[in-house]
Design a binder for this molecule. Structure first.
Ligand SMILES: C[S@@+](CC[C@H](N)C(=O)[O-])C[C@H]1O[C@@H](n2cnc3c(N)ncnc32)[C@H](O)[C@@H]1O
Length: 615
């Protein structure tokens, strides 16, 4: 034990631990705790490598004693609740159900305690909070070296009382006056559809080998089983969560065999979608939610790799590809796609990390038996014809730049899945991977075609940015490029885009741009400046939505092009692994709906000049 943290008036104080405190912590002797094994290996688990082999080894003796004691108390209170309910006038059956419900919620509260009272809970020293964090910040059990142990019997942060309160709040929030009782059944999507038909399906399927849900849920399951296992004997029949039916490509479940793991996942997916197709109510589409980022690696067209489609290597198989293959291969057609913006909290995280900010929802219907056939050439022509409009609509709908490539998969795949099959020039049917690559290529083409709409200085800056970012490079190179783009370095300098001197040229960073810039008075106004001035105000100065909107309003009709440029520059930054810049452009596009709404409102409020002069 290193220190004791105590609350003081303005925050926290850190004191040396006394012998008595150390002794108190070490004297606990836990008994009757679940003695279950951790998997030898599992996705996202690191702790086994450091000697933690059992679930209980993730707790100190004192934490474990607290867990066991609370679990016993929750079990013991069941009878009290039942008899109180009977005394209050409930029938025997009702009183039984009432006490089972109360105890079930208390068991969930105990699981919440488990998440925050273990030896993998870090001390968060950032900001003002200074508090114990919970283990499951993400779906993994990483190794943590230093941990903090909160007072589980306290009143604040992570204690039994707060866990009960949070669980109660959540259950109350999910029941409204108009709620009707629901019924949940846990079944294996790939096999157990007996007796079901005419179902409406909306699914958020697992992503290949992204998360090991089953192994992770054991952490919680063992405590639930200990506390309320007898109430739900079917659900808690096994010591640990059943792993076998889980659709995940986890080689460790197949003795390290990647190919077998891949086959398990893919065949399970196909079985699940085939069952869905048979059991779904034909009046409604199947909706599939997907939020999985396609690897950059996959976005390049490599004709030699993509044409044949014979047995892709596992490293290149994406979640998207597997999902689409199963979906389309079992006879579904994608009829519509929507990007759905995620919650504010998720978006904030996306702003800081380049993670996806939207889900993509695919609406799918059974493809008619007699769907037509097409060939590669006509497919590409159709992509070129239809994708620009679809992409333009996505941009206008302000899909976040990080999601743009994902979102483009939807309309592209809608074209692909319309056909029974698309033949390659070799006569072989085109696989999903090739189609994805062609969609990506069209996306890149469409984006670079949009460049024609920009002014010459901006076109120069895009090409320079692609090469050098904001770093400096030779004047000669800049001059040569300026000839190709029909401008000049002197002109670019005059426009306020570059710094030139000592034989070197570089683009000005947004934070270096003139602060009192007014687009209405700029003699050589460029889209580049509009985008980067907006970026300066919004992202660097953090001047807020209103100040940014004010600038956007002054930029007038150039606003839309400035947003298109932010998309373009995001794409280039991501391609070149310039994540800081990518984040900034992404953030600007994410904030755009609000900024442009405020800009419009501001414009309405302003009295037109003509009116002022009574004309
Ligand atoms: C992307 S997650 C869905 C998360 C969910 N939307 C939520 O917010 O909690 C995929 C889910 O599929 C489940 N799953 C995996 N294999 C399954 C199977 N064979 N049958 C049914 N569900 C399965 C996983 O356990 C996981 O909960």
């Amino acid at each position: 034990m290193v220190a004791i943290v105590v609350g003081v008036r303005d925050g926290r104080a850190y004191l040396s631990a006394t012998d008595g405190q150390v002794e108190a912590a070490e004297s606990a002797v836990p008994a009757r705790f679940p003695d279950s094994d951790l998997p030898e290996e599992a996705l996202g688990f690191r702790i086994q490598n450091y000697g933690i082999r059992k679930h209980w080894q993730m707790f100190t003796p004192r934490q474990l004693t607290a867990m066991v004691t609370l679990s016993d108390l929750v079990k013991a209170i069941r009878e009290d609740v039942r008899s109180d309910a009977a005394t209050a006038g409930l029938s025997g059956e009702e009183a039984e159900a009432y006490s089972a419900t109360a105890v079930t919620f208390l068991a969930l509260a105990l699981d919440r305690c488990a998440d925050s009272n273990n030896t993998l809970c870090r001390w968060d020293h950032r900001g003002k909070a200074e508090r114990v964090t919970n283990l499951f910040a993400r779906q993994a059990i990483p190794m943590v070296w230093d941990f903090a142990e909160a007072n589980i019997l306290g009143e604040r942060s992570v204690c039994w009382n707060s866990a009960v309160r949070i669980t109660a709040d959540a259950s109350e929030a999910s029941v409204t006056e108009s709620s009707r009782p629901g019924h949940a059944r846990q079944i294996d999507a790939a096999s157990a559809w007996d007796g079901l038909k005419g179902v409406l399906v909306s699914t958020d399927p697992p992503y290949y080998s992204n998360i090991g849900y089953a192994a992770l849920s054991d952490f919680f399951y063992v405590w639930l089983r200990r506390t309320i296992g007898d109430l739900y004997p079917d659900l808690f029949a096994t010591i640990l969560v059943p792993k076998e039916p889980e659709l995940v490509a986890a080689p460790e479940r197949f003795g390290g065999d990647k190919q077998e793991a891949k086959e398990h996942f893919e065949s399970g997916f196909r079985k699940a979608f085939a069952a869905l197709r048979e059991k779904m109510d034909p009046r409604f589409p199947l909706t599939v939610y997907y939020a999985f980022k396609q690897d950059d690696e996959e976005s390049d067209v490599d004709e030699s790799e993509t044409e044949g489609d014979n047995g892709p290597a596992i490293s290149r198989t994406t979640g998207w590809e597997t999902m689409l293959e199963a979906l389309i291969g079992t006879g579904f057609q994608i009829t519509a796609t929507w990007p759905v913006r995620a919650s504010q909290a998720w978006r904030m995280r996306a702003m800081g990390s380049n993670a996806l900010a939207s889900y993509i929802v695919l609406a799918c219907r059974p493809r008619p038996e007699k769907a037509p056939q097409a060939n590669r050439r006509s497919f590409v022509a159709e992509l070129k014809r239809d994708l620009p409009d679809a992409l333009r609509r996505l941009q206008q709908g302000n899909i976040a730049p990080v999601d743009f490539a994902q979102a483009a998969i939807g309309p592209g795949m809608a074209i692909y899945s319309r056909y029974g099959r698309i033949l390659e020039s070799s006569g072989k049917p085109m696989g999903v991977r090739t189609a994805l690559a062609l969609i990506n290529r069209t996306l890149t083409e469409v984006l670079s075609e949009q460049e024609d709409e920009f002014d010459a200085d901006t076109r120069w800056a895009i090409a320079w940015f692609e090469q050098n970012g904001f770093a400096e490079s030779d004047f000669g190179e800049a001059e040569l490029l300026s000839k190709a783009k029909v401008t000049s370095v002197a002109g670019l300098q005059q426009a306020g885009l570059v710094h030139s001197g000592g034989g070197k040229v570089r683009l000005l960073r947004p934070e270096e741009l003139t602060k009192d810039w007014d687009p209405t008075r700029d003699k050589r106004l460029t889209i580049w400046e509009v985008t980067h001035q907006l970026l300066r105000v919004y992202f660097h100065d953090k001047a807020g939505d209103l100040a940014t909107a004010d600038l956007l309003r002054k930029a007038g009709s150039r606003g839309d092009l400035a947003r298109d440029l932010a998309y373009r520059l995001f794409g280039l930054s991501e391609k070149k692994n310039r994540s800081q810049e990518a984040q900034a452009y992404n953030a600007l596009a994410l904030g755009w709906p609000e900024i442009s709404r405020l800009a419009r409102d501001g414009a309405k409020r302003e009295v037109p000049e003509a009116e002022l002069f009574g004309q």
